[in-house]
Structure formats: C-alpha cells, structure tokens
Design a protein around this ligand. Structure first.
Ligand code: GUN
Length: 292
C-alpha cells in the first residue's frame, strides 16, 4: 500500500491560522499583540534567510517583531547587553538569538542570559530541565513540531517504539524527552541512536516511528526499516542537481523513494518537518504573551 505523505506545509498552515486567530482575540480582549525579537550576529546566509522567513511569519499572524542585526565581530558583552534590553522590554515576549554564533562568543552564556519566560526556543537550562521532569515549559520548536505532526496526522506515539537518530540539543535530545513523557500525545518507548552506534540498522529495524536527525543525505534506506514504520525526516541536506535550475536541491536524511515503499507514513523533504519549526515558534511566542 502507498505510504501516507504527512503534509507539514498544510499542518503548519493550520497552526499559523490558529495563532493568527488567537492573536486577534488577545488584541481585542487585552489590547496588545505578542512581540518577538530576533538577534542575528554576522552574515551567515542560511541564518539571514531563516531570520527573514521568521520575521515574515510574525507579520502574517499580526505579531510585533524586531530584528537586531549585529556585525560578526560584535563583542560578547554587547550581545549580552542587547539580550538584557529585550529581557526588560514589555513589548517583547519572546527572544530568539539565531544560532550558530561566531566562534569568539560563548553560546551557552548567551542562551543563559535570556529570561526563561522569553526563551521561546526552549534552549535555556531552566526550560530544558523542566522538559526533562515533565513540567510546563517552552519546548524547542522542531521537536514540538515533530510531536504535532505525529498527532495531527493520526500517528499517536503512545505505546510505540520511537527511535530517534541524533543527539543534538536542538533536535535529538529534546525530541526523545518530549515523546517519552507520560502525557497525551507522547508516552512512547524511546531509543536514541547516534554516530556512536556500530550498526544503525540494528536500531532502525525495530522502530515503529523513526525520527531521523543525523544531517547526512539519504543515509537511511528502505532496507533499514520495518514494514509499516512512520518516518519523520528532519534532515535538510543540499545536494548537487544539474537538472534543476539552481543546480541543487534539498533531500532528507532518509532515502525517500525506497523508504516510502516500506513505510505506513512519511514526511517529505521539503514540506515535512521544515515548515513546522516556524509554526511552533509562533505558538511558543503566543504562549509567552498569554503568560504575562
Ligand atoms: N539555528 C538552527 N535552528 C535554530 C533554532 O531552532 N533556533 C535558533 N535560535 N537558532 C537555530
């Protein structure tokens, strides 16, 4: 049977519409809208493009947003001062420092300078700790988006064996922590596999739900999967493609054509997990505003 294609674009549009409606209600009932501040240090083209897309998304749902662009050689103290300004600004409910930061800046120190109540990325150790012990907190956007994709596509992870490939602080670890909680939309048995594994297929073969976040193009093939698996592909890898106008295209960590023959459901790249990250950032920022 043909695999269900999990449409992240459609699901993210639904969430953005919900956030827009809630923003209108907040404006009517309490007279303010959610505010999100972006800080972009340096001129990494991918980071510039992400921040532009996030700013545009804010505009579309009616948020107030500001983008602070700082040169690559900005001293760490100047960046910390900027974060403190936004911490103290009542129009700002969420602060996003786009990562990665230039090498001379201590990323952990910057993240820890953000007021945890405005940490809509969910990267502050207070939010990470709350996530691990199952308390209310801001949850990182891509992992929260993965959970929404599973729930809204009718693939509830409860009681399933979820295998997460990758252990990054942005995707792998928080995804595992979200899905193992004894909560609605979670309650899965979770295995985390990573580059330390001798043979990844030992783990992938046992997955009811596979979350691939290893950052290597088309590494996971259909032969490594169990019949009926649900595949969530977080990868977005640029590969050369002389047949396309740009000369390149994006592929996931999963080999889509072989995997879709085995899977019950699968996310495409692009149009799967990618659009969910911005939608969940908007949702977290709305929540930060509602919390005030
Ligand atoms: N760089 C790549 N992904 C992210 C993200 O989710 N948040 C921030 N702040 N930077 C990133």
């Amino acid at each position: 049977m043909a695999a269900q294609i999990i449409d992240g674009k459609k699901i993210s549009e639904d969430i953005r519409r919900e956030v827009k409606e809630a923003t209108q209600r907040l404006q009517t009932e309490r007279g303010f809208v959610p505010g999100l501040a972006f800080i972009l240090v340096g001129d990494n083209p991918a980071s510039q493009s992400y921040v532009r897309m996030k700013g545009k998304a804010c505009e579309e749902v009616g948020f107030y947003s500001v983008t602070e662009r700082m040169p690559a050689e900005t001293p760490q103290d100047s960046l910390l001062t900027k974060v403190h300004e936004f911490n103290a600004d009542p129009r700002i409910h969420g602060i996003l420092v786009q990562l990665p930061l230039p090498g001379h800046i201590d990323e952990h120190k910057v993240i820890e300078s953000i007021d945890p109540r405005k940490d809509v990325d969910g990267f502050h150790p207070i939010n990470v700790g709350r996530l691990v012990i199952g308390e209310q907190c801001f949850r990182p956007c891509t992992p929260a988006g993965i959970q929404e994709l599973l729930i809204r596509s009718g693939n509830d992870p409860a009681g399933k064996h979820v295998v997460v490939l990758g252990r990054s602080n942005i995707v792998g670890k928080p995804t595992a922590n979200i899905l193992l909680q004894k909560q609605l939309g979670a309650n899965a048995v979770v295995t985390v596999a990573h580059t330390g594994a001798k043979d990844l297929s030992l783990y992938t073969k046992t997955a009811d739900i596979l979350v691939a976040a290893i950052g290597k193009a088309e590494t996971i093939t259909g032969a490594m999967l169990k019949e009926g698996v649900v595949v969530i592909d977080v990868g977005s890898n640029r590969v050369d493609d002389p047949t396309s106008k740009s000369g390149y295209r994006f592929v996931g960590d999963v080999h889509f054509e072989s995997a879709r023959k085995v899977a019950k459901a699968i996310t495409p790249v692009p149009g799967g997990v990618g659009p969910m990250t911005i939608a969940m950032l908007l949702k977290n920022t709305l929540q930060a505003a509602l919390n005030t």
